[in-house]
Design a protein around this ligand. Structure first.
Ligand SMILES: Nc1ncnc2c1ncn2[C@@H]1O[C@H](COP(=O)(O)OP(=O)(O)OP(=O)(O)O)[C@@H](O)[C@H]1O
Length: 356
């Protein structure tokens, strides 16, 4: 299951030329407003006809401009979820879901996956924004797609509703078994969801690859913003402690985090913001921070201001730390330097811990 995209087109002042591969999982197109993300997914879905290019989904050629081939939108087998849910207001949820459905038998399982089974008799006017978004996703899934395209599906929701819906998107990623192309300019969202990242800047691919590698690349921190930059660490729940902390195994040791829902063994993705990570040469004693992991400096990137982004390997994973150049010089931080990373438990926000 994979998608291969190589397209070029002129859009007003923007010269769009983008090529990337999207394997199974969530491939997030990340970039600022106007970078060309929506135009790329529209070209994949057949809503925009690029001047040049080729789009291949699971070996099926959807577009080949050189050969004059363009499969019409409704034959591409792509489910599209727009920013605004675009439900039919006069139809009940059930009828919205079954509109264009290939297989009614999947209604039950898809409603269960998205937690919308109890909403079927309502009309869209009686749904919250988050419920509308989940119904729109359900409708797209029921059309029997080979690829799901989601263009900022949470953009219309407030912060709390976004947090409510992210677990459903994680389940979709882990259980639906189809590639998802996900447009977003929210770092928190891509850190939770993306398995592959395509960074788009002014119509070009700045970098693409596995999300964990790109999120922990020190030279890419300016793209995410120095305050938003941070690595994502895979872990597994070990135990819940009576004082409200959850113990999580990561490749470099154990972390203690504010209570995380899930049974023992549950896999997690833990976002650790670079600005919350301290570096110590010696293992600190009598310090309030509960999380201290042995690490080695692997790379540094000097920013415009007084800050330095330091990439560290901890066990089999990579972390990012944002420190001042003054501290980096005082500690003699260079690639190969052994050290410890220090992380306060409470620095890890509940929304920064995802499932899967
Ligand atoms: N049909 C068109 N004709 C001319 N210019 C266009 C057309 N479609 C898009 N553009 C321009 O191309 C640029 C990229 O737009 P696009 O919507 O793809 O960006 P985006 O990265 O998705 O941004 P956003 O996050 O704001 O949705 C914008 O400057 C837009 O105005």
């Amino acid at each position: 299951m994979s998608l291969s995209v190589d397209i070029a087109t002129r859009l007003g002042a923007l010269d769009l030329a983008v090529a990337f591969d999207a394997p199974e999982g969530v491939t997030a197109l990340f970039g600022r407003s106007g970078a060309g993300k929506t135009s790329v997914v529209n070209a994949v879905a057949g809503l925009l006809h690029p001047d040049r290019g080729r789009v291949v989904l699971n070996g099926r050629v959807l577009l080949d401009r050189a050969k004059g081939l363009s499969v019409p939108v409704h034959r591409r087998r792509i489910g599209y979820v727009f920013q605004d849910a675009r439900l039919f207001p006069h139809l009940r949820v059930r009828a919205n879901l079954l509109y264009g459905a290939k297989d009614d038998a999947r209604l039950g399982p898809i409603c269960d996956l998205l937690g919308i089974a109890g909403l079927q008799e309502r009309r869209p006017g009686a749904l919250s924004g988050g419920e509308k978004a989940r119904v729109a996703i359900g409708r797209a899934l029921l059309s029997g797609p080979e690829l799901l395209v989601m263009d900022e599906p949470l953009a219309a929701l407030d912060q709390d509703r976004r947090q409510d819906i992210l677990p459903y998107l994680e389940r979709l990623r882990d259980e639906a078994g189809l590639p998802i192309l996900y447009v977003s300019h929210a770092v928190e969202e891509i850190a939770r969801l993306a398995t592959t990242l395509v960074l788009i800047e002014e119509g070009r691919v700045l970098r693409s690859g596995p999300a964990a590698a790109l999120l922990s690349a020190p030279d890419l921190a300016p793209v995410f913003g120095p305050r938003m930059a941070g690595a994502v660490l895979p872990g597994r729940i070990v135990a819940h402690h009576a004082d409200g902390l959850t113990e999580v195994a990561v490749s470099a040791g154990r972390l203690f985090l504010p209570a995380v829902a899930g049974a023992g063994g549950q896999p997690l993705r833990i976002r650790i913001a670079a600005q919350d990570v301290m570096i110590a040469l010696d293992r600190p004693e009598r310090v309030s921070a509960l999380n201290i992991l042995p690490a080695t400096v692997t790379a540094l990137h000097q920013g415009q201001g007084p800050g330095v982004m330091v990439q560290l390997s901890a066990g089999e994973d990579l972390l990012l730390a944002r420190v001042t150049r003054r501290s980096a010089e005082a500690l003699g931080l260079v690639p190969g330097r052994a050290c410890h990373v220090v992380l306060k438990s409470v620095a890890v926000a509940p929304g920064g811990v995802g499932q899967g």
